[in-house]
Ligand binder design. Structure first.
Ligand SMILES: Nc1ncnc2c1ncn2[C@@H]1O[C@H](COP(=O)(O)OP(=O)(O)OP(=O)(O)O)[C@@H](O)[C@H]1O
Ligand SMILES: [Mg+2]
Length: 291
C-alpha cells in the first residue's frame, strides 16, 4: 500500500514546530534520529499491530558501533527486503531480532512482546521467529527428516510420530519428499537450504528471517530456493529478507529497506527504491548491482 510505511520524520518535526511556534524543545529522538544521516521512521509513525517493530536499534561490538540507529517495521503478511553494501549491518540487525545478538540499545518488538527484555524466553521466541542463514546450519549427522524433526521433538515436545508427520509434510512442501533420508553431505546446496527452510517452517513461525539464503549457492541452484521463498510470500508468510537478489526484492517485496553504515539510509516501496531513489548512495549501490 503506497505511503503505508512512510517515514514520520518530516511530518512529525513539522507538527512539533507548528504546535510549539518554535519555542518548545523538540525531543532529541525527533531532532537527531541518528548520528549518521538516516531516513529512519520514528516510533510515532509505527503501527502498533506491525508484527516486527525496530526502534532506535543500536549495536556496539567493543568500540565499533555497527548499528547506529535502525528503525523500520514489518506488518503481518508483508515482505520487507533489506539491501545494502557488505558491512552495513544487515546480518547484525537480523540477528538482533531473534537475540542471536543482544541489542546494545533501542527496542525490538515482536507482536506485543519486547524482544530485548530479561523476561524473554529465547527458545519460544526463536520457534516463532524462523531464521534461515547463508550456511544452512544443518546437523551433519542427522538426515533431512531428522533435521526437520529435531526442534519439533525438543522444543515443541511432540511425539516421534507427530514430529515425523509434520516434518514429512514440510519436506514435501519444499519439494524434497524423495530426499528425507539423505544426510546433508548427500544433498546439493539448494536442497540443503530447502531443508533448512522446512525446518524453520515446521515450527509454525509467525515471521521468517532470511539472511542471504541464496548467496552460498551455485547459480543453477538459486532458482529452486527463490521459488520456495516466492511461494512462501504468496501464502501470506511475513518475511524479512536480506538479499542481493534484486529481481526477487523488486518483485516480491512490499517494502525495501536500504542500509548503509549502520542506519536505514533510505526505505520505501520497491518502485521508489529501484526506479527513483531519492538518495545518492542508494542510486550508487543499485547501479553497482546492475553493472
Ligand atoms: N561478533 C562480532 N564482533 C565484532 N564485530 C562484528 C561482529 N559481527 C559483525 N561485526 C562487524 O559488524 C559490521 C557489520 O557486519 P554485518 O555482518 O552485520 O554486515 P552485513 O551488512 O551483513 O555484511 P555482508 O553483506 O557482508 O553480509 C562489520 O564491520 C563486522 O565486522
Ligand atoms: Mg551479512
Amino acid at each position: 500500500m503506497p505511503g503505508e510505511y512512510q517515514s514520520g520524520v518530516n511530518t512529525e518535526l513539522l507538527r512539533l514546530k507548528l504546535e510549539s511556534h518554535g519555542d518548545v524543545d523538540i525531543p532529541d529522538k525527533v531532532k537527531n534520529v541518528s548520528a549518521v544521516d538516516s531516513d529512519a521512521p520514528l516510533d510515532v509513525a509505527m503501527p502498533a499491530d506491525a508484527i516486527i517493530r525496530i526502534k532506535n536499534l543500536k549495536k556496539v561490538f567493543g568500540d565499533n558501533v555497527v548499528l547506529h540507529d535502525v528503525n523500520f517495521y514489518c506488518p503481518k503478511g508483508h515482505v520487507v527486503s533489506v539491501l545494502g553494501p557488505s558491512g552495513s549491518g544487515k546480518s547484525t540487525m537480523l540477528r538482533c531480532i531473534n537475540l542471536l545478538e543482544t541489542p546494545t540499545a533501542g527496542e525490538i518488538w515482536f507482536e506485543d512482546q519486547l524482544v530485548n527484555s530479561k523476561e524473554t524466553d529465547v527458545d519460544h521466541l526463536r520457534a516463532k521467529i524462523g531464521m534461515v542463514f547463508q550456511q544452512f546450519n544443518l546437523f551433519p549427522h542427522l538426515t533431512a527428516l531428522g533435521n526437520v524433526e529435531l526442534a519439533l521433538k525438543k522444543v515443541r515436545k511432540l511425539s516421534k510420530e507427530q514430529a515425523e508427520a509434520i516434518a514429512t509434510e514440510q519436506l514435501e512442501k519444499v519439494g524434497l519428499s524423495d530426499r528425507a533420508d539423505f544426510l546433508p553431505s548427500q544433498l546439493s546446496g539448494g536442497q540443503a537450504q530447502r531443508v533448512a527452510i522446512a525446518r524453520a517452517l515446521a515450527m509454525e513461525p509467525h515471521v521468517m528471517l532470511f539472511d542471504e539464503a541464496t548467496s552460498a549457492l551455485d547459480p543453477s541452484l538459486v532458482r529452486d530456493v527463490l521459488d520456495v521463498m516466492r511461494d512462501l510470500a504468496k501464502s501470506g508468510m511475513t518475511m524479512i529478507v536480506v538479499t542481493h537478489e534484486m529481481a526477487f526484492a523488486r518483485d516480491v517485496s512490499d517494502h525495501v529497506v536500504f542500509m548503509e553504515g549502520g542506519v536505514v539510509y533510505e526505505q520505501g516501496t520497491p518502485e521508489k527504491i529501484f526506479d527513483h531513489p531519492d538518495r545518492e548512495r542508494t542510486r550508487e549501490f543499485l547501479q553497482g548491482m546492475i553493472d
